[in-house]
Every structure is written in C-alpha cells, then in structure tokens.
Design a protein around this ligand. Structure first.
Ligand code: HEM
Length: 433
C-alpha cells in the first residue's frame, strides 16, 4: 500500500538492522500482520515513533507557515493568568487578530494550494517526514488560534464553535486526507510524536520566554510519550511475530516470543513510573502550561488524550480488552496506518484463538504469557490513576476543570474533578480482564 514511500527513502542495505524500526522494515516474514507493522513504521517517515522533518525539508511555498508560527510562538504564553473575562477576551481577540493579519499578509493561497496538490500527487516533492512536520506546524497554529492565550481560560472554554482562518483550513483538509483523520484539532501524532526532534529537543514550544521549569515540563511530557513508543516498538514486533508463529503452527516459538514481549513491557513500565515524577514533570506547572492548549472542546470534539498513545491501544487491541472504540471515534485522532494495525490485532483476537485452537499444554503456556501482559496492563492502569491525581488537582481559577482528552468537566472543585476522573479511569481498569 505504501510502496511509493518505501521507494523514495528506503534503500535495503547489506548491514544488519541498526534499530527496532529497521528490524521491522527488514523482516521479510510473509504475513499480513508484518506488512501492517511495516506500513506503520513507514507512516512515521521510516521510524516509529514518527520522525518528522521541519521547515527546510518542506515545499518552499509552505515554509511561510513556520515563519508565522515563529512570530506567534512567544506571544501565546502568559506568565500570570487573569480571572477577568473581559480582559481575557481582549487578549484572545488581540492574539487571533494578530495571527489573522500575519496570515493575510504572508500567505499566498494559490501557491499553498498548488504546493499541496503537488505534494499529494508526487511523493518526491514532499517526504512523509515533511508531511508530519507540516502537520505539527498547522496543528500548533490551530490550537494557538483556538485558545488565544496559554494558560487557557474559561472565556475561550465557553466558546462552542469557532471559525478558523481559511489559511489554516485549506492545508488542514489536505492533511486530514493524507493522514486519514477527521478531527478539526490536533492529536497525539501531530502535536506530540511529530514535535520531538532527532536531536532530542522540541521543535515548537508553547513556553517560549517562560521559566525553565515550564519548558522542561513541556519537554518531559512529550519525551515520556515518545520514549514509551520507542521502548515498546520491539514488543509490537514480537506481537506480530507471535501471530505469524501461531499461524504457522510453531507454538513453542510463539510462547517464547510472548515471554520476551512481557519482559519488554516490564522494562517500559518501569521507565514510565521512574520518569513521571515531579522533578521531570512539575506538578504545579503541568496542568496550566502544558496540558491546557492540547485540549480542543469545540463542537463536542476533544483534543489530545494519553488514550491516543499507540502503546495502550495496541495492548488493548492485542489482548482483546473491550469495548473497542468505534471506528468513527478512532478516525478523529488516529491516522490510517495506526488504525489498520489496531484493527488487525482486534480481528485476530489472539486470546480467543489460543483458547479455541490449541491443545491443553500449549494453551496453558501461551495463556500464562497473555495473562502476564493483562496483569501488567492492570497494574499500569492502577499506577497511572494514582500518579495523575496531583497533576489534575492543581487549582487554576482562570479555567473550568477540563482534561484535554475528555473535555470540559466544570466540576465545582478539584476534589470533585478527581472523583470524576477516577471513575472514568476506574471503568477502563475494570474492563482490563
Ligand atoms: C502528567 C502526566 C499525566 C496525567 C496527569 C494524566 C492524566 C490522565 C487523565 C486525567 C486521563 C483521563 C482523561 C483523558 O483521557 O484525558 C488519562 C487517560 C489516559 N492516559 Fe494519562 N496522564 C498523564 C500521562 C500519561 C502518559 C505519559 C501516558 C502514556 C504514555 C498516558 C496514557 C493514558 C492513557 C492510555 C489513558 C486512557 C485511559 C486508559 O487507557 O486507562 N498518560 N490520563
């Protein structure tokens, strides 16, 4: 399906694979699950987690969006927030007017349209990495326009609809088509995976000019999400190979492969809890200066949730943890190749297959490993529920209580918000069986 991508950048080499992504691309196992995994890696520009490329690699007519963002970037954050709605309305309008004026002045829509048409029809003119970088840039512009000021304020949360500038809508429609997503706002792939550079810095920030704690919390937030993918890509490969072994009747190799997957997951979860600590993600800073702008909350559509991270969707899909999201809901924020990978795992339904198709002894060994993964996922869900509480209970009077992923809650106080979130997360924990 994505052979055009492969031809533009990937040259098979005689050297041994140097990374988990390359190992997947070099794996010649003939099985549709391996093809699906290869397409996932290709959709990330040849790496998973994705490797976006920035301004200088984009079609020349689109680079002006980067210039507009660079000019708006330092104007978005405010060190102190106000609870005065009229004052906040002025701030939001001034920011939006400024961005609109820059877009009007700098962007030639005819040039943009023709660059986008060229990129869509001729992959040589725009690599997948460049598409990802452009997606990041337009997502940042759209989220900044949507909120007008960071930390976000209730004056903007009260808006239910919003007309965005045409200069941001035209590329957005092409990006939606290219990536297969339907949300008008950004998602984990566009705003987080695409924002971590190869040299381990963020390309764009919503904390320019803010104290070091704000900037490092923003960095660690994205870093943790990306490093969880980095650390579990090998596990995705092991899942795919387990399925291929099962289908070829090699149950011993399938069991050994699942055992290794359990080990990979254990190490990754240790990393999660060692990293999600106040010295990296500062509790007093995270909610207002990092999480806020990632929300969307217009026309009933949400922004980023940790629930969009591919790792947890992969675990739920592989282990058959139900209910599965509807395809309509999943298409909002997950690109085509991520959904295809997940749907393959769901349809395969490994736990049912092992139960129905294997003899007693093999079944026991395979089930032990599968249940080991479920147990780890349950423990992670318990730990995540505890860890999120100090972050979500910070008092921010300028805004209504909200998570970026499940919208404005408008609880009367922070304790009620935490109770609400515990119920939401507790439901998924109870389903993890
Ligand atoms: C400061 C750090 C974090 C906080 C405060 C936090 C908080 C939350 C909250 C409140 C929810 C439920 C509402 C929503 O979806 O927006 C949630 C969901 C979720 N978060 Fe986090 N989160 C954090 C970091 C992460 C990270 C780094 C990951 C993954 C690497 C993650 C993965 C998830 C998942 C998978 C869900 C969906 C619920 C589930 O599957 O159990 N979270 N998070």
């Amino acid at each position: 399906m994505l052979t055009w991508l492969l031809s533009s950048w990937y040259q098979p080499s005689s050297q041994p694979p140097s990374s988990p992504s390359e190992e997947i691309l070099c794996d010649t196992t003939q099985h549709p699950i391996l093809s699906s995994l290869r397409e996932l890696v290709e959709s990330g520009g040849g790496e998973w987690p994705p490797r976006a490329t920035y301004r200088d690699t984009w079609p020349i007519e689109l680079r002006v969006y980067d210039s507009v963002w660079r000019e708006m970037e330092p104007l978005f954050p405010a060190r102190e927030s106000s609870t005065d709605n009229a004052h906040n309305r002025q701030l939001i309008n001034a920011f939006r007017n400024h961005m609109q004026a820059l877009l009007d002045e700098r962007i030639n829509m005819r040039n943009v349209q023709s660059a986008l048409d060229r990129a869509a029809s001729d992959p040589q003119s725009c690599s997948q990495g460049a598409w990802l970088g452009i997606w990041l840039c337009i997502s940042m512009l759209r989220h900044a326009y949507r909120w007008g000021v960071s930390p976000i304020v209730s004056e903007a949360q009260n808006e239910e609809t919003l007309d965005l500038p045409e200069q941001l809508n035209v590329p957005w429609r092409c990006l939606q088509k290219h990536f297969g997503t339907t949300s008008p706002g950004g998602c984990m792939t566009s705003l987080m995976y695409a924002n971590l550079r190869a040299d381990d810095r963020l390309e764009y920030s919503v904390n320019i000019g803010m104290p070091e704690t704000h900037q490092s919390t923003e960095y660690w937030n994205t870093k943790l999400i990306c490093s969880m993918e980095e650390r579990t890509l090998t596990m995705y490969h092991l899942f795919a190979r387990t399925i291929a072994f099962l289908d070829s009747g090699d149950l011993t190799s399938a069991t050994a492969t699942l055992k290794s997957a359990n080990e990979v997951l254990k190490t990754a979860f240790k990393h999660f809890f060692a990293t999600l600590v106040d010295s990296n993600l500062v509790q007093s800073v995270w909610l207002a200066y990092v999480q806020g702008y990632q929300g969307w909350t217009l026309e009933g559509i949400d922004g980023i949730s940790g629930g969009q991270s591919l790792l947890f969707r992969t675990l739920d899909a592989f282990l058959g943890i139900r209910p599965f999201p509807t395809s309509e809901k999943e298409s909002l924020h997950l690109p085509t190749q991520q959904r295809a990978w997940l749907n393959f795992l769901r349809d395969y339904d490994i736990r049912a297959k092992v139960k129905e198709n294997t003899s007693d002894e093999a079944q026991e060994a395979l089930t032990t490993e599968l249940e080991g993964l479920v147990k780890q996922l349950r423990l992670w869900r318990m730990g995540h529920m505890r860890r999120m509480q100090p972050y979500e209970s910070v008092r921010r009077p300028e805004r209504k209580t909200m998570t970026a992923g499940i919208s404005v809650v408008d609880a009367e106080n922070e304790n009620l918000m935490i109770e609400h979130l515990k119920k939401e997360l507790g439901r998924r924990l109870a389903e993890t069986i």
